[in-house]
Design a protein around this ligand. Structure first.
Ligand SMILES: C[S@@+](CC[C@H](N)C(=O)[O-])C[C@H]1O[C@@H](n2cnc3c(N)ncnc32)[C@H](O)[C@@H]1O
Length: 273
């Protein structure tokens, strides 16, 4: 998922969920007093950081930093959203942290990123290390999501298996987990977070047309499918969704209107250092 322009056009589900989660949990965030610094981990194109997260950050925020593993995303975010108080930098939350970032942030946020991370303990420990004493994190990420089942199905097909050998790397570590909130709480507590609260929310998102659905799938696809096979891959993806009854065939029309209903689970985790 390196195409920031495409991601910017189609990240409708992450925008909706970031907004809903912040609205729901905003009152429980204990903002530190005095000048504060905030980091958004896996900030992507920067639109959630600036158009959603920034709106709830109090005025005593002196510095807002977005970080992402993708240089293309960071470049896009800096080009479109950087200002005197806000900047975006490359950082892999699954690797060693640069020393100068340790203890540097009073609040850490992350939306739709931790489900990409296979080494959960490393990422959570890094988040803990990024925080100052008394600092808080608020993390939103995917648990079970039918899109991951589509990946698995396609990865078994003769046509696509060549490009999807590493499919499990891109499936949320909590996709097959019955009680992910317990697992995450245990992990955060063992790392040293206090006041840990983890909830697993049942969510539904309905894609109203084929363009929005295909755009989202294309924007987040992690596999190196050759460009000239892009459209075929999307068509097969849609076929699997029909087989899974996620796309309601009865309401599909030639004009591209469809009803694709995704029922999925979102994990919301909060903790203090
Ligand atoms: C689905 S996007 C979410 C972007 C943004 N938070 C939003 O809500 O729109 C996931 C982002 O996580 C980034 N990402 C994936 N693995 C990462 C890692 N190990 N460290 C930092 N960012 C990572 C991706 O590059 C991508 O921009």
């Amino acid at each position: 998922m390196n195409n920031a322009e495409l991601y910017h056009r189609y990240n409708i589900i992450t925008k909706r969920d970031a907004l809903q989660c912040l609205e729901e949990y905003e009152k429980r965030i204990k903002w530190k007093k005095g000048e504060i610094t905030v980091i958004d981990i896996g900030s992507g194109d920067g639109s959630v950081t600036m158009n959603i997260l920034k709106k709830i950050i109090p005025n005593n925020c002196e510095k807002l930093v977005g970080c992402d593993i993708s240089e293309a995303m960071v470049q896009y975010a800096n080009d479109h959203y950087a200002n005197d108080h806000t900047s975006f930098m490359v950082l892999d939350i699954e690797r060693d942290l640069p020393n100068e970032l340790r203890g540097n942030f009073d609040h850490a946020f992350s939306f739709y990123v931790l489900n990409w991370i296979q080494h959960q303990e490393v990422a959570f420990r890094n988040i803990h290390d990024l925080l100052s004493e008394g600092g808080e994190c608020f993390l939103v990420f995917l648990g079970h999501m039918p899109m991951f089942d589509v990946y698995r199905t396609l990865s078994r097909s003769t046509r696509w298996k060549l490009w999807m050998k590493d499919v499990e790397r891109f499936i949320s570590p909590y996709h097959d987990c019955q009680e992910p909130e317990k697992k995450v709480k245990q992990l955060m507590t063992s790392i040293g977070f206090t006041s840990v609260e983890v909830e697993c929310l049942q969510k539904t998102f309905v894609y109203p047309n084929l363009d929005a659905l295909k755009g989202t799938v294309k924007a987040v696809i992690p596999f190196q499918i050759p460009k000239d096979l892009d459209e075929d891959f999307l068509l097969d993806y849609i076929k699997v969704l029909q087989d899974m009854h996620i796309i309601d065939n009865a309401s599909s029309n030639v004009d591209g209107s469809i009803k694709a209903t995704f029922n999925y689970r979102l994990i919301v985790a909060k903790g203090r250092k």
